[in-house]
Design a protein around this ligand. Sequence first.
Ligand SMILES: Nc1ncnc2c1ncn2[C@@H]1O[C@H](COP(=O)(O)OP(=O)(O)OP(=O)(O)O)[C@@H](O)[C@H]1O
Ligand SMILES: O=C([O-])CC(=O)C(=O)O
Ligand SMILES: [Ca+2]
Ligand SMILES: [Mn+2]
Length: 663
Amino acid sequence: MASDSGNFSFDNGVLPKIQTNGAGTKKPANGICHDDSVPPVKAQTIHELHSLQRKRSAPTTPVKEGSGGAVFATISEEERQKLQLQSISASLASLTRETGPKVVRGDPARKAEGGAQKPAPEHHHYITPTISVSDSALKFTHVLYNLSPAELYEQAIKYEKGSFITANGALATLSGAKTGRSPRDKRVVKDDVTSEDLWWGKGSPNIEMDEHTFLTNRERAVDYLNSLDKVFVNDQFLNWDPENRIKVRIISARAYHSLFMHNMCIRPTPEELEDFGTPDFTIYNAGQFPCNRYTHYMTSSTSVDINLARREMVILGTQYAGEMKKGLFSVMHYLMPKRQILSLHSGCNMGKDGDVALFFGLSGTGKTTLSTDHNRLLIGDDEHCWSDNGVSNIEGGCYAKCIDLSQEKEPDIWNAIKFGTVLENVVFEEHTREVDYTDKSVTENTRAAYPIEYIPNAKLPCVGPHPKNVILLACDAFGVLPPVSKLNLAQTMYHFISGYTALVAGTEDGIKEPQATFSACFGAAFIMLHPTKYAAMLAEKMQKYGATGWLVNTGWSGGRYGVGNRIKLGYTRKIIDAIHSGELLNANYQKTEVFGLEIPTGLNGVPSEILDPINTWEDKTSYKETLLKLAGLFKKNFEVFANHKIGTDGSLTDEILAVGPNF
Ligand SMILES: Nc1ncnc2c1ncn2[C@@H]1O[C@H](COP(=O)(O)OP(=O)(O)OP(=O)(O)O)[C@@H](O)[C@H]1O
Ligand SMILES: O=C([O-])CC(=O)C(=O)O
Ligand SMILES: [Ca+2]
Ligand SMILES: [Mn+2]
């Protein structure tokens, strides 16, 4: 192996002596070689070395000044942890056995790792039941309480198949057989109170169940959770409005579920956690375990059950994490209107001047995409409250669709997918772990769940003043609704109650008919009261605060699905910009036939010819037919609302009925 530089010579067969000391360092006096010159670690064994690596978190109880709310500050850390475990033991208690399970803090695997060492500090506190009448009372339930994202990553990667760190640092995970919600398995306990208060029957999302069946399912979930080595417990908040904040506890079996809720709910500060006390609502997520088909009402292996009186939700037979988020949203749809607060399936953002916009729309219509706007502050992407104080986000995170996600079109969402983010059901390259957002092999409903502060211009705290614009999004796969229309109040109510969007059928088998869906209040799956109750509240608030309604079609143009194309996101963004800036409020308008919508004749950055959909269709006869077809579907859908009075005097009802399609 000759080299050009001729530095090496093997001629004499003697290798030069290896010098271990760097040039310039003094030779040690005794001639013994040293690997380096830094002082050695202060550990005699590998165990000791490991114990140096992790330092205990500092005690989190700051001693509070003054009298108010200082209850927990006066007790010792030990006492406080004991109370916390008692509360968790009570949550996990069977309703038939005398005492709750023995609960202990910390990962059971840690004890084994520690070998002969003294137990880790978190093992000091546990709750012992007085009698052990069954095997279940002999074992401990290990509780992993409000773990950090890093700890949850480790749990997921060690113990949950299908968990991987992707190249961008997110935690990729699989939700199992269910990759979306199961609305036909969502049940609500019908008791004396809820039979009066709630919306039941045709069109309602609330499938009834009785208290006894709920308790049967609850017992099944609790027994399942207690039979595990460990459970995850999250204590968190909902609603950024401090006066209407709800404390939630989520008990689950998977690190994935715990990290998802960590991201999606509001994260308490250590100080807030100390005063947490008893939760207002508890979720038992035993999603890996099915319900018992012999149990009354169970029509499949999945059941998502809400009991408002007990303030509990039980999940059996689905691991899709969205059930927890949307289950709590349903609860808010009950609790908030009782306080004269309107709960909304909407995104929300705010301009630099404080102008707030709401974005209503069904799944996939653009709430998250359009409320995440680099030029505006994000208040939230999916669930809000509108009270006399203004708007507040219910959640602490966002849940973005990521099919076909592109860095160029949705930079803020792209950049939010990093360490801490849960990436559900995406496909990635085996070796590099680069995510392929176009891949639908697992599902089309791939999702990213990240804390709201991962969006650089999030508005923290997530509250804002009264909305100025109310934007109704519809993804019209028929391609006949205009890209933007200005609505009067009655029209806004008509479209809010209708809650229209269209789904496109399976893409594999070529072109299929678009499917119209109507979902009252743009979220019939989550509402608890009759839709007209929410509509009346929205009308009253819009009137009171002078908000303007808009209908934006984020769907097809130039023909229906299969013929035309989805409206370019860039154009929709320009339309939204023109609503925010006030440009559209003062534009020139013309009225469309059939739907009677006011459409602008021109606006900045969008070709004028697309503003009236008829111009974009080559086949005008087909356009007219499709328009009438959709109008007919609207009319038919609205029939059930015709004899419901809206508001106290019901005067708005006739106006709303009058603004439906005319043909
Ligand atoms: N013109 C358009 N306007 C809005 N979104 C568009 C447009 N064209 C394509 N899209 C895509 O449509 C999807 C809209 O999904 P988005 O996550 O915003 O739904 P969502 O309303 O928040 O639904 P969900 O309630 O299920 O979270 C995104 O994947 C986005 O990239
Ligand atoms: O709930 C989900 O799974 C996703 C979502 O936001 C919706 O469907 O509105
Ligand atoms: Ca969303
Ligand atoms: Mn949603």
